[in-house]
Ligand binder design. Structure first.
Ligand SMILES: Cc1cc2nc3c(=O)[nH]c(=O)nc-3n(C[C@H](O)[C@H](O)[C@H](O)COP(=O)(O)OP(=O)(O)OC[C@H]3O[C@@H](n4cnc5c(N)ncnc54)[C@H](O)[C@@H]3O)c2cc1C
Ligand code: FES
Length: 501
C-alpha cells in the first residue's frame, strides 16, 4: 500500500556509510522528528549524521494525513485530564512553536501548504459531550476555538470545535527539503542502515549499525518507539495503527480538516497533488496486531466514503502507526534521567506534525545548552501513580499473545487448505509458533515469535506483514523488520512440502 505522498519519484540522494566515522550527534530515524533535529543541530555547526533503517519518511511521516494543526481531535482534554493545567498550556505552546517553525520553513523554501479551518466533530449524539469537553480544554489552554452546530459535512454531525487558520501539508515536500538542507550543511543522511546497539565508550558513544560501527558524542533516537530497552519506554507506549485512503470525487469536497471525536474515527482533508484535488479519508484506528482483518478496515472506510461521497474513486490506500504515552503528552529528553548522551522523542499520538517539530526544537536547544520554558514544563513532567498503574493496563488482554500462553491454548497445524495469495496464519509446529503466508504466489515461512520480547505475531492482511500485539513491532511477509522496538529480523525457514501443498 503506497500513500498519496510517497507515490512520486524520489529526489533524495543519500550519503554513503563510512565505517569508524565520528560525529558530534547521530540522529537515528529519518522521519520528521529526526530530520528537524538534525537540521537544527547542523545549523549550529555540529557534525551530524542521520541513520535511517529504511528510506526517509518510509514509516509514519510518509504515511501521515499531514494536518499541521493545533486542534488535535480529542487529545487536549486528555492531556489536561492526566496533567496539570500548566502542562496542558505548555502542550499548546510547544505545538504552536512547532507549527510556526514548520510554516516559516515552508515559506522560506517555497514549499506548498494550504491554510484550512480545523474541526473536531461529534459523529454521534453521545459524542457531543466530548466535543464540549474538548472545547473547554482548548479554551483553558489558550486556543481561540469556537463551538459550531452547523457543518459542511455531507452526513449527520452533532456539533464541532473549530479552530480557524490551521494548515495542511504534503509531508514529502518537507522531508525532501529538510534532508537536502542537512546535507548542504555537511550533515550526512544515510539510508538502509539500521542502528542495532549503542554503548557508552570512553568519552562518547559507540554505535553499532547493520553496516558497521561509528562513534558519536550524543545520539537522538527519533525512531517512533525508542529502539533501546533502557528506560523501558516501549512498555509505556501504546502503538495504534490507522488507515487512510485518497479518492477523486466528482462532487464538492468540504474544504476544512475534520476529525471525529468518537468512534469509528473519521478524518477528512483535501490534498492537491499535481493537477488533481483528492479527498483523503482516514480512521478505523486500533492497537497494532490486535485487529483480526486490517483489510476489512480498509474496505469499511472505502464503503463509508462511497456512501457519503457518491462516485468517489479510490486512488491510494495506506496505513501507519504512532505511539501514545500514558498521559497523552510526548516523552522527549534523556533516555533515562541523568543520561546526557542518549536522547529520545516519542509519544506523539498521531499529532507529530507539530509535536515532532516541537520535540526537535526542545532537543536541539537542550543539546546546545539552551532551555525553553514550555519544554521544561511539558517534557519535565512526572508520570502520576494512576498513570503508572495504566502502564499495566497497556499490556492487559495480551497474555495469550505470549508464547507460553499461546502454546497452551493452540492446537492448530499448518492450514488445512492451501493459502490464497495475501493470506497468512500462525500455527503450532512442535513447541514453536510458526508463520506461513503466500504473497505474490510464493510461500514464506518464518518464526511466529517477535524478536523483541517474544510476542506471538499475527497476520496483517492489508499490509501483508507480521504484526506484534505487544509493543507494535512489524515484520515483512518474509521476516524483515519493518518498524517498532524489535531490532532483529524474524528467523526464516524453508517451506516444507506439507505446508506448500
Ligand atoms: C495514520 C496516521 C495519520 C496521522 N496524521 C497526522 C496528522 O494529520 N497530523 C499530525 O500532526 N500528525 C499525524 N500523525 C502523526 C505523525 O505522522 C507522526 O507523529 C510523525 O510522523 C512521527 O514522526 P517521527 O519522525 O517520530 O517517526 P517516523 O516518521 O516513523 O520516523 C522514524 C524513523 O526511524 C526509523 N528507524 C526506526 N528504527 C530504526 C533503527 N534501528 N535504525 C535506524 N532507523 C530506524 C524508521 O525507519 C523511521 O523512518 C499521523 C499518524 C498516523 C499513524
Ligand atoms: S514488540 Fe515487544 S514483544 Fe513484540
Amino acid at each position: 500500500m503506497t500513500s498519496l505522498w510517497l507515490d512520486r519519484p524520489r529526489t533524495i540522494e543519500p550519503d554513503l556509510f563510512v565505517a569508524d566515522a565520528s560525529f558530534d550527534t547521530i540522529v537515528v530515524g529519518g522521519g520528521l522528528a529526526g530530520l528537524c533535529t538534525a537540521l537544527l543541530l547542523a545549523r549550529s555547526g555540529e557534525s551530524v549524521a542521520v541513520f535511517e533503517a529504511r528510506q526517509l519518511a518510509s514509516v509514519t511521516t510518509g504515511n501521515t494525513t499531514g494536518k499541521l494543526s493545533l486542534l488535535h481531535g480529542g487529545q487536549l482534554s486528555k492531556v489536561a485530564h492526566h496533567n496539570s493545567a500548566e502542562v496542558a498550556r505548555a502542550y499548546v505552546e510547544a505545538n504552536l512553536e512547532g507549527q510556526k517553525w514548520l510554516l516559516r520553513y515552508c515559506v522560506e523554501h517555497e514549499l506548498p501548504f494550504q491554510m484550512r479551518d480545523a474541526f473536531t466533530y461529534a459523529g454521534t449524539a453521545e459524542g457531543a459531550e466530548s466535543v464540549q469537553k474538548e472545547f473547554e480544554a482548548c479554551r483553558n489552554a489558550g486556543l481561540d476555538v469556537t463551538l459550531e452546530s452547523e457543518s459542511d459535512l455531507p452526513f449527520a454531525s452533532f456539533g464541532a470545535v473549530r479552530l480557524a487558520e490551521q494548515a495542511q501539508i504534503n509531508p514529502l515536500d518537507i522531508v525532501e527539503r529538510l534532508a537536502r538542507d542537512v546535507q548542504e550543511r555537511r550533515g550526512r543522511v544515510i539510508e538502509n542502515t539500521r542502528v542495532t546497539d549503542v554503548a557508552h565508550h570512553g568519552d562518547g558513544l559507540e554505535v553499532t549499525t547493520s553496516a558497521g560501527r561509528v562513534r558519536a558524542q550524543r545520539i537522538v533516537l527519533a525512531t517512533g518507539t525508542p529502539i533501546l530497552g533502557r528506560g523501558a519506554h516501549f512498555a509505556r507506549l501504546e502503538p495504534s495503527r490507522s488507515y487512510a485512503l485518497a479518492f477523486t470525487v466528482p462532487g464538492p469536497i468540504p474544504e476544512g480538516m475534520y476529525l471525529s471525536i468518537d468512534e469509528p474515527g473519521r478524518s477528512l482533508r483535501t490534498a492537491r497533488v499535481g493537477d488533481t484535488e483528492y479527498l483523503v479519508v482516514g480512521g478505523n484506528g486500533h492497537l497494532v496486531g490486535r485487529e483480526h482483518s486490517p483489510a476489512a478496515q480498509v474496505r469499511d472506510l472505502e464503503a463509508w466514503t462511497a456512501l457519503h461521497f457518491p462516485g468517489a474513486v479510490r486512488t491510494h490506500a495506506w496505513s501507519a502507526q504512532d505511539y501514545r504515552s500514558l498521559d497523552y503528552a510526548p516523552y522527549v529528553g534523556s533516555i533515562v534521567p541523568g543520561d546526557e548522551r542518549i536522547f529520545l522523542a516519542t509519544g506523539f499520538n498521531k499529532w507529530g506534525m507539530t509535536n515532532a517539530v516541537a520535540a526537535s526544537l526542545a532537543l536541539s536547544s537542550q543539546l546546545l545548552d539552551g532551555e525553553m520554558e514550555w519544554a521544561r514544563t511539558l517534557y519535565g513532567r512526572r508520570v502520576t501513580l494512576s498513570d503508572a498503574a495504566d502502564a499495566a493496563g497497556l499490556g492487559a488482554g495480551v497474555g495469550v499473545e505470549l508464547v507460553k500462553d499461546w502454546l497452551a491454548q493452540t492446537v492448530s497445524r499448518p492450514p488445512a487448505s492451501p493459502l490464497s495469495d495475501g493470506e497468512g496464519d500462525v500455527y503450532r509446529e512442535g513447541m514453536s509458533p510458526v508463520g506461513l503466508c503466500r504473497v505474490d504466489g510464493a510461500l514464506s515461512k518464518v518464526s511466529g515469535v517477535c524478536t523483541h520480547l517474544g510476542g506471538v505475531l499475527g497476520w496483517n492482511d492489508a499490509e501483508q506483514s507480521w504484526d506484534c500485539p505487544l509493543h507494535g513491532s512489524r515484520f515483512s511477509h518474509d521476516g524483515q523488520r519493518l518498524e517498532g522496538p524489535a531490532l532483529k529480523d524474524l528467523e526464516r525457514f524453508d517451506v516444507a512440502a506439507d505446508a506448500a501443498e
